[in-house]
Design a protein around this ligand. Structure first.
Ligand code: 3UK
Length: 514
């Protein structure tokens, strides 16, 4: 891993892009999507041409550009083309409603937007209201807009000099309760995630083929599909569409990835597919990871049985860029987030910031080199989250006696029943392990006496199944599994749950329903 250690200084593009051509990997595919495969040499050359295009367009160092680009080979070309020029790319969630996207474009004062053809119609109307936005470049073709092919200019310059501590790119936090916040990450942060999670947990190798169902606009997907393969000269397979079970299984069969990165709901729906089998269709599959929300124990066990590969669950965040607590090959306990990833330190603290002993739930705080520098133009929120070397996660965790960290919910989703803390997450996990249940969400709800009790919203695997007696059966099931006071006093069967574009349950909306 010596090579990775050398990257903490300088422009990240030298290590992640140009180095591969110097080291003789030019002909190897770096990225493969539905339409084409981009070799390391072509990737490097095109990122140089994108940087030259930015210079032609008058986009200067430290200016921001926004990327609203599906997962196709042009995404890394634009991202790294900007980074090499010292221009700051901001990948934006392509699933957001136009209103939030235009908020992000305005908040960041992006000067240029690169947008996938398919996303243009929904957004074109907001451009005139964005005074900082000078140019729109389309991946594909659209009447009246410059295409990316036309934008790329002649040029093969090396990356500009940059300090490792300099801002390289931003990501907007998913903001399930407040407006998204521009989270500023440094050149050195990318290598920091590669040296820790990728090297020590994923154990990524040059011969790996990585497929991440999570998209690159999301910090999880950005690391999986870009940072990690590029740290070792591996190959990433990209899927521009929604990762339906069918789409995922056909990629598995066609490209035979060795590493698969998913989120719990996707693992759950893949497990519903009768054709799911060994390696999920890939003879090379050696590693599966999960993040974004906690992976219920029963899913990990079921997947291991059918697919023959463990799922390593780990928690990451936009603020920390990637995963900092994870299960590993050697230390795995389903139902927990695992242990500190080497390179990160953890504490569980109470409201006063005092460290708590094992067994007592509190807020998880983390220290590590991949932490963001802060939020853009949000002084109060930055100060609350980034406190000296420590980052406050807003997540409630308990460290168990064997050292594993168990997720208990967001700090603000917890509630007390009969004076005892109830983690909605624990009740949801119990419900989801019932054979009729696809997923569940739990919130605190006041009964006739004004006392808070759990209320559940449940999505069934088979929505037309007979429901007689099901509610009582689910209540008994939960009582039996996790304790009598935790069972949901109310159970609503619903078609789906309100979620953020990144798939996190919006419990605050359910509290409003309640
Ligand atoms: C929750 C988890 C339990 C947790 C992310 C991997 O999810 C990512 O980033 P976001 O900023 O959300 C962060 C929040 O999501 N969470 C994430 N993973 C888990 N909760 N178990 C998990 N395994 O509330 C956290 O604070 O969207 C995930 C890598 C990079 C990421 N940005």
């Amino acid at each position: 891993m010596d090579a990775i250690v050398q990257t903490r200084s300088g422009n990240a593009a030298d290590f992640f892009v140009d180095r591969h051509v110097r080291e003789g990997r030019g002909a190897k595919p770096a990225f493969v999507d539905e339409r084409r495969s981009l070799s390391y040499a072509d990737f490097c050359a095109q990122s140089q041409r994108f940087a030259a295009g930015l210079a032609h367009a008058g986009v200067r160092r430290e200016a921001r550009i926004a990327l609203l680009v599906l997962d196709v080979v042009e995404f890394p070309v634009c991202f790294w083309g900007a980074v090499r020029a010292g221009v700051v790319p901001i990948p934006i969630n392509t699933l957001l409603p136009a209103e939030l996207t235009s908020y992000i474009l305005a908040d960041s004062r992006a000067e240029l937007l690169v947008i996938s053809e398919a996303l243009l119609p929904a957004l074109a109307a907001v451009f005139p209201a964005l005074p900082s936005l000078r140019q729109v470049v389309v991946v594909g073709q659209a009447e009246g807009f410059l295409s990316l092919d036309e934008f790329l200019a002649e040029g093969a310059a090396p990356p500009v000099e940059a300090n490792g501590a300099e801002v390289a790119f931003w990501l907007y936090s998913s903001g399930s309760t407040s407006a998204p916040k521009g989270t500023r990450h440094l050149h050195a942060s990318l290598a920091a995630t590669a040296e820790t999670f990728a090297a020590r947990v994923l154990k990524i190798r040059e011969d790996d083929v990585v497929f991440s169902a999570a998209k690159m606009f999301f910090a999880y997907g950005l690391g999986n599909s870009m940072t990690f393969p590029l740290a070792v000269g591996a190959t990433a397979v990209l899927l521009p569409h929604r990762p339906t079970p069918d789409a995922v299984l056909s990629i598995m069969a066609k490209h035979q990835p060795s590493v698969f990165c998913g989120v719990p709901t996707l693992y759950a729906s893949l497990l519903q597919q009768p054709r799911l089998g060994l390696g999920a269709g890939s003879a090379r599959l050696r590693r599966c990871i999960s993040a974004g929300e906690a992976l219920p124990e029963h899913l990990g066990l079921a997947w291991e049985k059918v697919v023959g590969v463990k799922i390593l669950d780990g928690i990451g965040s936009t603020e920390m860029l990637h995963i900092f607590v994870s299960n590993t090959d050697e230390k795995l306990k389903y139902g927990t987030s695992g242990v500190a990833v080497p390179g990160y330190e953890l504490k569980i603290v109470d409201a006063a910031g005092t460290e708590l002993p094992d067994g007592e739930p509190g807020e998880l705080v983390v220290k590590g080199d991949s932490a963001a520098e802060g939020y853009w133009n949000q002084r109060e929120k930055s100060r609350r989250t980034f406190v000296g070397e420590w980052t406050f996660t807003g997540d409630k965790y308990v460290r168990e006696a064997d050292g594993f960290y168990r997720y208990c919910g967001r700090m603000d989703d917890m509630f007390k029943v009969s004076g005892i803390w109830v983690s909605p997450f624990e009740v949801e996990g119990a419900l989801a392990s019932h054979e009729a249940v696809l997923e569940a969400a739990v919130v605190g709800h006041e009964d006739a006496d004004g006392l808070t009790k759990p209320r559940a919203f449940v999505v069934l695997k088979n929505s037309s199944a007979a429901r007689d007696g099901l509610v009582a059966e689910l209540q008994a099931f939960v009582k039996d599994k996790i304790g009598p006071w935790k069972y949901p006093r109310w159970v609503e069967i619903v078609e789906d749950l309100p979620k953020t574009a990144t798939g996190k349950i919006q419990r605050f909306k359910l509290r409003q329903v309640a």
